[in-house]
Design a protein around this ligand. Structure first.
Ligand SMILES: [Zn+2]
Length: 476
């Protein structure tokens, strides 16, 4: 008997190790990425210096480990960031934690009150990083390292809530002859952000996606670790003049922590709100005149309501001890938006002979410049696509301002029981209308706002679904 004791002990240790090996662990942390004052705020057509900070900007980081595979999810309070920022952040993350670049998702919320991490050109796949971009990459990597430091046993749940009242398609058909000319001097069939409550509005040109999807992690039977959520709302806006702010995304995170009585947790509870597919969806109800509100009132209203809905849904989720993790990453080579010679000639002429008294904010001058830069873009554009599998949850990502209908199509065609998309992941490649929108025109389709070939949305979605299928279990 004596001789068997060490063997029994070894077997017990092995069984324990095996159990630990397939138990899910999760850790989360936030990094402050607030820029310096006087940095240029980039949400509008003409950047202006930041003179205040209403609320700090963060990179919110979540790391999951199923015992075999680790993945990291990061959401940054930025309008967007260049592909090169994500490459640098993921290089630093791999160096520090061993998590490969294919298994790290980094997206931007699309807050319009942040400094630029886009660099000096949107129409290039590579660029050297400026000081702020380097800072953001480093802070993202710090956040993921700190999330790894807090990895602990976790249970996971998927949930969703409906919030149709905050999302409106912003592209509208208007009565014949009532759409004003676009910056190119022609007339579109569809107007982006038409005047609210206007008698000439006919109907929206596309759907909205009203669903908030979320993934919750908690210590077994206990405290919340993180809630990663996604909702298809462009942003809310209505900030104080010159203010840096994370918009409703940041307020949602604070509100959810409060509703869950999780503000004092140590390690801290980390809520996250990624942008779903909201390229054509905003918070303005165009059917009625828009009431004006003091700064921050509307975004707080949306943030608190969305947090209440998620908080209520959290009480009904089914917690699981395990979730198999997997990831696919692929770079699709696509053409930049082709610019026809007539348009290029128009653009050159506009730059050479601006209308007398035209300002820097004149859209035809802005688009004349964008068209010329786009015409010089070096093909191919390298488009990062990523798919993450978390148990029976599938997250697909695009590096573009993606239309709601694309996100809805992904949900329908995905082989996973619970699926949703996150946009502005791993880079910024402009607006991504589906092909049917190009003949309709409107802001999102203009060359310079849109920067990829018109078939891009179709090619990207097909590739993403192929990647989803590679990781999928046999039946849905
Ligand atoms: Zn946008």
């Amino acid at each position: 008997m004596k001789t068997l004791a060490p063997i029994i002990l070894a077997l017990l240790l092995l069984a324990g190790a095996l159990r630990a090996a397939d138990t899910l662990r999760a850790g989360a942390a936030t990094s402050n990425i607030t820029p310096e004052l006087d940095s240029k705020i980039v949400g509008g057509f003409v950047p202006f210096p930041a003179s205040g900070v209403h609320d700090e900007l963060h990179a919110r980081c979540l790391v999951l480990d199923d015992g075999k595979t680790k993945i990291a999810l990061v959401v940054c309070d930025l309008l967007g960031f260049h592909r090169s920022v994500s490459i640098e952040a993921r290089r630093l993350i791999e160096e520090a934690t061993g998590i490969p670049p294919s298994h790290v998702a980094i997206s931007a919320t699309h807050t319009h009150s942040a400094a630029s991490a886009l660099g000096d050109s949107r129409y290039t796949s590579e660029q050297p990083l400026d000081d702020y971009q380097r800072f953001v990459a480093r802070r993202i990597a710090d956040g993921v390292r700190r999330a790894v430091n807090t990895l602990r046993p976790a249970e996971i749940a998927f949930g969703s809530a409906e919030a149709p009242e905050h999302v409106f398609n912003r592209r509208w058909f208007m009565k014949e002859g009532t759409v004003p000319p676009n910056p190119f001097g022609t007339v579109d069939k569809v107007k982006m952000n038409p005047p609210s409550g206007n008698a000439n509005l006919v109907e929206p040109a596309g759907p909205t996606d009203p669903t908030i999807s979320f993934i919750a992690l908690r210590e077994p039977g206990g405290r919340l670790i993180s809630v990663y959520s996604a909702y298809s709302l462009h942003y809310v806006g209505g900030v104080g003049s010159g203010d840096i702010s994370a918009d409703y995304y940041g307020m949602y995170c604070a509100a959810l922590a409060k509703l869950q009585s999780a503000t004092e947790y140590d390690p801290p509870f980390v809520a996250m709100m990624a942008n779903g597919t909201s390229g054509d969806v905003n918070n303005i109800n165009f059917r009625t005149p828009r009431p004006s509100a003091p700064a921050y009132v509307q975004m707080r209203k949306v943030a608190e309501d969305v947090a209440e809905k998620v908080s209520a849904a959290l009480s009904k989720v089914e917690w699981k001890e395990r979730a198999e993790l997997d990831a696919r990453f692929r770079e699709l080579e696509l053409a930049w938006r082709p610019i026809d010679p007539d348009l290029l000639a128009w653009a050159k002429d506009k730059t050479a002979h601006p209308a007398p008294g035209a300002s820097k904010a004149d859209l035809s001058i802005i688009y004349a410049d964008r068209v010329q830069r786009l015409a010089e873009a070096k093909n191919p554009a390298r488009i990062p696509l990523q798919f993450l599998r978390i148990g029976d949850i599938g997250i697909g990502t695009f590096p573009c301002e993606t239309f709601a209908e694309t996100g809805l199509a992904f949900k329908k065609r995905s082989p996973f029981a619970h699926s949703f998309m996150v946009e502005l992941n791993h880079g910024y490649f402009g607006y991504l209308p589906t092909p049917r929108h190009f003949p309709l025109g409107g802001y999102e389709t203009w060359p310079g706002t849109n920067s990829l070939e018109p078939q891009a949305a179709v090619k990207m979605l097909d590739a993403l679904l192929e990647m989803a299928a590679e990781t999928a279990p046999k039946s849905k």
